[in-house]
Design a protein around this ligand. Structure first.
Ligand code: SF4
Ligand code: SF4
Length: 390
């Protein structure tokens, strides 16, 4: 597990010098930037440019933070590359557009960092992945010795604080992101997919920085928060962010899953500035469950999209040959013993509906079915949306 200490720095404006001082002070609290970066390193800076918006919208990492960070890295003598995959296709024209809109182009103008133009992708492997072992990522990762993950302090109506841990999702190229989301039936499986990704890169991700000078609330309003958070562990940085918006980290499903998988623990320590004066008790933060209760259409749609066909194994007809177990790329099938003998059973938290098992079962006993509970949810959703429109 990466060290869970979090450096908290009050920072009230995006002036590059002021941001640079806050970053340097934060790094010093954690042992200094040169504790993490060597002169021979190529450092991949991973900003949050997913939304591809201007900095004043506060939904992307502010370019001055990236400029200041690149300057500090250059002083050590290391090389810097700025790389991310915004939403939409992953190609040179999407990247060019994102760099202009988010002003990352200016961040590279001082010569301390270059912008990634490689629009290829590759596969990284996490042999211990619970939900995915082979993960598609942007190819630029392979050229980097270390990664500094620079997230934005923003909230999503369904996913809560995007922060540093969910910022890693941007390493998945272009529209693969939508495919992953649509194939993850539950938030639990989505969060664990992100933890699989983090685990695959854990040794490379040396620092996580959260741009909370101006954050963004779940209702899309920018919100002055006056902070920059830095830590080795993305989950402790996000837990600190939750405390700042007066939410309990212990209530976060993502953080609980990261604890279960030994990536984080709730006994983390903050260093530097006191977080009490930064706490913002009326920050608009909507959780998925609250959304469901309040009838938000966006989260209903998200749930609705998950209403996909799934493989169903008829345990009475299963011959126990285990072909499906070895075929499943997600390790989602296990053998179970029952009165009628050994049979295969699917863990739907892991299944991504690729149907490899269905096609490979020599006895053709795997069928597809839409899960009843999702049908029930959909009926409730349609009824709710219908009554809202009335
Ligand atoms: S559809 Fe079958 S092979 Fe594919 S992930 Fe689900 S259980 Fe595994
Ligand atoms: S491949 Fe078919 S018969 Fe063999 S264990 Fe799987 S479901 Fe059962």
């Amino acid at each position: 597990m990466r060290d869970t200490k979090v450096a908290v720095k009050i920072c009230k404006e995006y002036d590059t010098d002021i941001v640079g001082t806050a970053l340097k002070d934060g790094f010093d609290l954690l042992g200094g930037l040169n504790h993490f970066i060597k002169p021979s390193h190529t450092v991949l800076i991973k900003p949050d440019i997913y939304n591809c918006t201007e900095p004043n919208v506060a939904k992307t990492t502010n370019p001055n933070i990236i400029t200041a960070l690149a300057e500090l890295i250059a002083k050590i003598g290391a090389k810097c590359i700025i790389a991310d995959s915004p939403k939409g296709d992953f190609n040179s024209s999407t990247l060019d557009n994102a760099y202009v809109k988010t002003q990352m182009l200016q961040s590279s103008n001082n010569g301390h960092a270059t912008l990634n133009t490689n629009d290829k992708f590759s596969v990284i492997t996490n042999p211990n992945g619970e939900y995915c072992r082979d993960i598609y990522v942007i190819d630029a990762i392979n050229d980097a010795d270390v990664i500094i993950n620079v997230g934005k302090f923003r909230c999503d109506k369904s996913l809560g604080v995007i922060g540093c841990s969910q910022n890693l999702f941007g390493l998945i190229p272009g529209k693969f992101k939508q495919l992953v989301k649509s194939r993850c039936y539950t938030l639990k499986s989505y969060y664990n997919y992100l933890i699989d990704l983090y685990e695959a890169l854990e040794n490379k991700i040396v620092l996580n920085i959260l741009d909370g000078v101006v954050g963004c609330e779940a209702n899309n309003d920018p919100r002055i928060l006056n902070n920059i958070l830095i830590g080795e562990n993305p989950y402790s940085v996000d837990a600190t962010a939750l405390k700042i918006i007066n939410q309990s980290p212990e209530d976060s499903l993502l953080l609980n899953e990261s604890v279960r998988r030994n990536k984080f623990n709730f006994k983390f320590q903050t260093l530097g500035d006191d977080i009490e004066p930064l706490v913002c008790s009326d920050f608009h933060y909507t959780t998925f469950l609250e959304n469901i209760k309040s009838g938000s259409k966006s989260s209903f749609k998200r749930e609705y999209n998950r209403n996909q066909k799934r493989p169903i194994i008829n345990s009475k007809l299963c011959k126990g040959c285990k072909v499906c177990v070895s075929t499943c790329p997600m390790k989602a099938i296990e053998m179970q013993n029952a009165e009628l003998g050994e049979h295969a059973a699917i863990n739907y938290d892991k299944c991504i509906s690729c149907f490899a098992c269905l096609h490979n079962c020599p006895y053709k006993i795997i069928k597809t079915k839409t899960p009843i509970k999702y049908n029930a949810i959909n009926r409730a959703i349609k009824k709710s949306l219908h009554s809202k429109q009335d």
